[in-house]
Design a protein around this ligand. Structure first.
Ligand code: ADP
Ligand code: MG
Length: 257
């Protein structure tokens, strides 16, 4: 099986007035077509891990390989191109530009890559159809719902055909119905396109769509569980694991069933 992401011996120490050891000796491999969730209490190192993988920040030690390449060794200019082609990003706050239409937002990475207009139009039509947003392509981002915005953001993330889709709390700003639609959309992309995804979330309902969930506590990987047949049973297992690891009450209070 192809290893899309291979993280070995990854540690991160933030030094400043106080020194924070945010990650310690993380090992994580994600194979092609896997849908992996990363969970853990607030401050456990989830975003730090995602930032090392997405090359937003650099590790103190250890390696990150994406499709066999270490992006942290690339020069700035090559890194920008690598990120645009290999990685897709989905954020909690959508990160869409409200001066552009939905369509213009979605094709932005292709425009930046100077692709041919006819190719861009064809890819746009395909991806919009897949995400069920064809009828809102000409709207502005403030004219559509949160769930539609997140589906537009997912369309923008996948349109270049990245090897790995990274999502940090993609349902964090959505109501339960929109969250469900967004997670079903990601699940469908994973099933039909074998899209490889890493989802950071503190929402057990969202995590229950993954194949596998790994848990971080105090910067250390502290276990993983796999989904069987039933998503509902997986949801229960996730809740049990979180309470075992001692996630704080505030985070568990945001559970949506
Ligand atoms: P999570 O996403 O799981 O809530 P983070 O990865 O954001 O956790 O944070 C992990 C730890 O690293 C926390 O103790 C946090 O305070 C610290 N941290 C995160 N980013 C920085 C930074 N830029 N500088 C210093 N400390 C940081
Ligand atoms: Mg975080």
């Amino acid at each position: 099986m192809t290893e899309i992401l291979k993280v070995t011996g990854l540690s991160k120490v933030y030094s400043g007035k106080v020194t924070t050891r945010a990650l310690t000796d993380i090992q994580l491999t994600i194979h092609k077509g896997e849908f992996v969730g990363v969970m853990g209490p607030s401050g456990s190192g989830k975003t730090t891990l995602l930032n090392m993988v997405s090359t937003i920040d650099t590790p103190s030690s250890g390696d990150v390989l994406i499709n066999g390449h270490n992006p942290h060794l690339l020069k700035k200019k090559d890194l920008a191109a690598f990120r645009r082609r290999e990685l897709g990003f989905v954020f909690q706050d959508f990160n869409l530009l409200d001066t552009l239409t939905v369509a213009e937002n979605i094709v932005l990475p292709l425009t930046l890559d100077r692709q041919k207009l006819s190719d861009i139009e064809q890819k746009l039509a395909q991806v919009a159809e897949r995400l069920g947003i064809t009828d809102i392509l000409n709207k502005r981002t403030y004219e559509i719902s949160g769930g539609q915005r997140q589906r537009a953001a997912i369309a923008r993330a996948i349109i270049p055909g990245p090897s790995l889709l990274l999502a940090d709390e993609p349902t964090g700003a959505l109501d339960s119905n929109s969250s469900r639609i967004v997670m079903e959309t990601l699940e469908k992309l994973n099933q039909t396109d074998a899209a490889t995804m890493m989802l950071v979330t503190h929402d057990p309902q969202a995590a229950s769509y993954c194949h596998r969930v790994v848990f971080i506590k105090d910067g250390v990987l502290s276990g993983e569980i796999h989904r069987g047949e039933s998503r509902q049973a997986f949801f229960q297992k996730i809740i049990e694991m979180l309470s075992f690891l001692g996630g704080n009450a505030h985070e568990l209070s945001s559970i949506r069933v």
